[in-house]
Design a binder for this molecule. Structure first.
Ligand SMILES: [Zn+2]
Length: 109
């Protein structure tokens, strides 16, 4: 599904995008601000990130900070979550980071 969004087969209005990554709003927001950050390249989950080339993981995190800036929550604070596998509650088989904020979030960890 995310591959289709990235290829433009499913229309979306990105919060932010560059040649490597794309961020869209979650269609079922769990916070006042809730975006999904994903690599354009198909990666199953965070488990596949070690196979990335040097610097790509760092660029993913730097892009995620830029997304928080676009959402206007960089200074007020936010949370970044990625679900991995069945116990982690992963429902879409394409690596994505949830960026949540815009309100005081409940304590998780
Ligand atoms: Zn994919």
């Amino acid at each position: 599904m995310f591959c289709k969004i990235i290829r433009g087969e499913i229309p979306s209005s990105p919060v932010l995008e560059d040649e490597e990554f794309m961020a869209i709003r979650d269609i079922y927001p769990l916070a006042a601000q809730h975006a999904l950050v994903m690599p354009r390249e198909h990666l199953g989950s965070l488990n596949d990130v070690p196979a990335w080339s040097d610097g790509q993981g760092q660029r993913l995190l730097a892009f995620t900070v830029r997304v928080a800036g676009e959402l206007g929550i960089k200074d007020s604070g936010y949370r970044v979550i990625t679900n991995v596998g069945s116990d982690g509650g992963q429902v879409v088989d394409h690596l994505h980071l949830h960026v949540l904020g815009g309100e005081r979030l409940g304590e998780l960890v």
